[in-house]
Design a protein around this ligand. Structure first.
Ligand SMILES: [Zn+2]
Length: 291
C-alpha cells in the first residue's frame, strides 16, 4: 500500500537526524557486530489515525492530540557486511543517517557492502531507500520480504523493485531463519506479525556484541503510536489492513517480548526507538526506555 506516502508528507516534527553510535567505541573502533538506528524524520501520529478508538482512551493517552513518533529503520553491521531492516522513506534525512554509518562501522556500511535487506512489509515508508532513480541503490544486496507480502501486494507496486533487483528480490516463509553467520554468532528469524499488511513480519535478531549475547525484536509497524498502543493494544491505526488480526499479532509479539525480556525496536517509535515491554494489570503493556 504505497498510498501511505501521503501520511509522510507531514514535516512539522522534522528536525536534525539522530544516530545512536555504540556507547563505547574506544575498545574497537569498528565492533564486529553492532546494531544501529537509522532515524529518519520525527513525526507525530495524530489521534485521527485511530478512528475506531474509544474517545476516552484517546483523551487519556494522547492528551495533546497525537503521539511523538519517527520513521526509523535499522542496520546490523556483521563482519565486513551490513544488513538493513527496512529502508525508511529513502529521503535526504534517511540518506544522511545511512552515510553517517561509515565513520562508525567503516566501509562495510557503504551501499556496495550492504548484502541483505530484510523488509518488515512493503509500505512506502519502509522501502523508500531501495531505489536510486529507479535503479538499485544497493548493487550487491538481496532484498527479502515474506511470501504473503510478496504474493498479495498488487503486482504493479512490485514491478519497479523486481525490475531493479531481479532475482535478488525474493521472499521467505514465516519462521525461516533468514540470516545466519556462525563466525559472528548472528541469527535472524522471521516471525509472523501479519495483520497490518498480509505479510507483515517481525524479525528476531540474535547476535553477540562486546562478548555478550544480545536479542532484539525488530517489530516494524506492530504499533504506530507507542504512547497509545502499548497501554491500549486493542487500538488500531487505520493503516492496519485487517484490524482484528493486527491486534492478535500485536499481543502475541508483545507477550513474547515481555515473557522473554527481549527489547523491541519499532519503525515508528520516538527516540530512543527501543525499550523493554512488561504486561500491566489491565490487558495492556508498559514500555520502558532507557531515557
Ligand atoms: Zn510504517
Amino acid at each position: 500500500m504505497f498510498a501511505a506516502n501521503s501520511l509522510f508528507a507531514q514535516r512539522d516534527f522534522f528536525h536534525e537526524t539522530t544516530l545512536l553510535a555504540p556507547k563505547d567505541t574506544s575498545k574497537t573502533a569498528f565492533p564486529a557486530t553492532v546494531l544501529l538506528n537509522l532515524a529518519g524524520a520525527d513525526r507525530k501520529m495524530e489521534a485521527g489515525l485511530f478512528p475506531a478508538a474509544d474517545p476516552a482512551t484517546i483523551e487519556k493517552y494522547l492528551p495533546k492530540g497525537g503521539a511523538p513518533a519517527s520513521t526509523t529503520s535499522y542496520a546490523l553491521a556483521v563482519g565486513q557486511e551490513t544488513i538493513l531492516f527496512d529502508t525508511g522513506l529513502g529521503d535526504v534525512n534517511w540518506l544522511k543517517t545511512l552515510n553517517a554509518l561509515v565513520p562508525i562501522v567503516g566501509n562495510r556500511a557503504k551501499p556496495e557492502n550492504v548484502k541483505l535487506i530484510l523488509l518488515t512489509h512493503l509500505h512506502g515508508d519502509h522501502v523508500g531507500g531501495l531505489l536510486q532513480e529507479n535503479a538499485r541503490r544497493f548493487p550487491n544486496a538481496k532484498v527479502l520480504c515474506s511470501k504473503p507480502e510478496y504474493d498479495e501486494t498488487p503486482p504493479q507496486q512490485l514491478e519497479k523493485f523486481k525490475a531493479a533487483y531481479g532475482k535478488d528480490f525474493a521472499a521467505f516463509n514465516f519462521d525461516d531463519i533468514v540470516f545466519e553467520n556462525a563466525e559472528y554468532k548472528v541469527k535472524i528469524k522471521a516471525l509472523d506479525a501479519s495483520g497490518h499488511t498480509p505479510g507483515h513480519t517481525v524479525f528476531l535478531a540474535e547476535f553477540e556484541s562486546d562478548g555478550a549475547a544480545v536479542k532484539k525484536l525488530i517489530i516494524g509497524d506492530l504499533l504506530h503510536a507507542a504512547a497509545l498502543q502499548f497501554p491500549a493494544p486493542e487500538v488500531c491505526a487505520r493503516y492496519d489492513r485487517e484490524p482484528a488480526k493486527a491486534v492478535v499479532a500485536r499481543k502475541r509479539i508483545l507477550d513474547f517480548a515481555a515473557k522473554e525480556k527481549i527489547p523491541v525496536k519499532g519503525m515508528h517509535f520516538p527516540f530512543p526507538y527501543e525499550g523493554e515491554v512488561e504486561k500491566n494489570d489491565s490487558g495492556g503493556y508498559v514500555f520502558r526506555t532507557n531515557e
